[in-house]
Design a protein around this ligand. Structure first.
Ligand SMILES: [Zn+2]
Length: 434
């Protein structure tokens, strides 16, 4: 992303800086891609005139000014769970580029991608060839044979028995890799870092959208998990594990995983173990809500309705238990599909359980901490990278606005990367009509 020449003043908005401070009216100056000043406004004084040579003034009175949102669980390269490989690679690429641009327009300036794309897509964005958020890719998710990442039929065919033949485009987006045995796990983890992964994702239990692997079943042996953790630690990185149920989750924690995705069916013992090991959790509420209201949009095929309802109910209890135990808790949409336009839902759904301020901090500062980039982004403090999302209205009072509106203005690295006209900010109608 290029550094803008002019300083930008965002004037008159209510700043939610995500440090835990109450929102306050302030003028915010961006210079050389960073937050340069945050000047709290005295309600009795006349507003300062910020105009001047080389200065752009954006009057954002009546808005909430947030740090750019971070989705800690994205899959920009998973467009369909079945049959994606039937799409020509350029078509898949065009769809992924559209998802990236649309993520910016939703106010998301960072995506931790947990399976699919690799460093090649990061390079395309970094060079400015396509607009997109900061991307932290995982490459392929490591799964055991017969695990949550094994989308082959019961009688597998295809040239490479370790690839899922119907998903992705080689060299661009491949979601899963099947590994069995510690040596294979070591090799697979090294291969992901070689292609630009910033962290490794593993499947440590069964899940919802795969078949033949129960949610209760632990996946990957402790030796396999330890092998992956060792490779990540050698790279100064970490492993995050998809885990719904206690046995596999506890095994991943004992093996050294630093983060758990979903953590939906946790019991007291599991939550205490996570807290004792300072392991973070990323709650994912959006997908089960989308499965309830619009399952076709995920392209997921038939889903066990009982499993889906059970996970939705237990996720709310899990978030409560994780919060009470003091586990660092972030949030991620886990959206897949060609249109990933509901990233904001995750924040709104967390707000219903934990309040708007906590939810917005999860989606900014805490997610940045989990991603290991909190020195640079996640709060609106002087010196931080100027990733900013400006939403009409009071998001703290009305967090459901994140389900229905787009930000009027989004800055990434101090540059305006998205500006949505007033008529297009409410996206309820287009969404329901599609
Ligand atoms: Zn996922």
């Amino acid at each position: 992303m290029s550094t803008p020449a002019a300083d930008v003043w965002l004037t008159g908005g209510t700043v939610f800086d995500a440090t835990g401070r109450e929102p306050f009216r302030a003028d915010l100056r961006v210079s050389a891609g960073r937050v340069a000043e945050v000047v709290a406004l005295d309600p009795t004084a006349r507003p300062a005139d910020r105009r001047g040579p080389g200065v752009v003034v954006e009057d954002v009175t009546g808005t909430t000014v947030l740090p750019g949102l971070v989705d800690a669980h994205a899959h920009v390269g998973i467009l369909r769970l079945h049959g994606q490989a039937a799409l020509p690679a350029p078509v898949q690429a065009a769809m992924v580029f559209a998802v990236l641009a649309d993520s910016l327009a939703q106010g998301f300036t960072t995506l931790r991608d947990l399976g699919g794309v690799d460093g090649g897509l990061v390079e395309a964005v970094r060079r400015g060839l396509v607009p997109g958020p900061r991307l932290l890719p995982s490459g392929q998710i490591l799964s055991q044979t017969g695990g949550h990442g094994d989308f082959r039929g019961p009688t597998p065919g295809g040239a490479d028995p370790c690839q899922n033949p119907s998903t992705g485009a080689d060299g661009f987006t491949l979601p899963m890799l099947l590994v069995d045995g510690p040596d294979a796990a070591t090799r697979a983890a090294r291969a992901q870092f070689h292609r630009g992964a910033t962290q490794i994702k593993v499947f440590a239990t069964g899940g919802l959208l795969s078949h033949g692997d129960p949610i209760e079943a632990p996946q990957l042996s402790e030796a396999e998990l330890r092998a992956v953790v060792e490779v990540a630690a050698d790279r100064g990185s970490y492993v995050t594990a998809h885990a719904h149920s206690p046995r596999g989750l506890q095994r991943a924690v004992r093996a050294g995983a630093r983060c758990i995705e979903h953590a939906t069916l946790v019991d007291e013992e599991t939550v205490e173990l996570m807290a004792a090991h300072d392991v973070a959790a990323v709650g994912t509420l959006t997908v089960s809500e989308v499965l309830r209201v619009d399952p076709a949009s995920l392209g997921a095929g038939p889903v066990d309705a009982g499993d889906s309802a059970r996970l939705r109910e237990s996720a709310a209890r899990a978030i409560d238990a994780l919060e009470r135990a003091g586990v660092r808790l972030g949030c991620g949409s886990d959206l897949i599909g060609e249109r990933q336009h509901r990233r904001g839902w995750e924040v709104a759904l967390h707000a219903r359980l934990s309040g708007a301020s906590v939810a917005l901090q999860r989606a900014t500062r805490v997610n940045a901490e989990i991603c290991g980039i909190a020195d640079e982004v996640g709060t609106l403090e002087v010196g931080k990278v100027a990733d900013v999302a400006v939403f009409d209205g009071d998001l703290l009072a009305h967090p459901d606005l994140l389900m229905t509106t787009r930000p009027r203005l989004v800055l990434a690295g101090g540059a305006v990367v998205s500006r949505t006209p007033r008529d297009h900010r409410d996206h309820r109608d287009t969404e329901e009509a599609s």
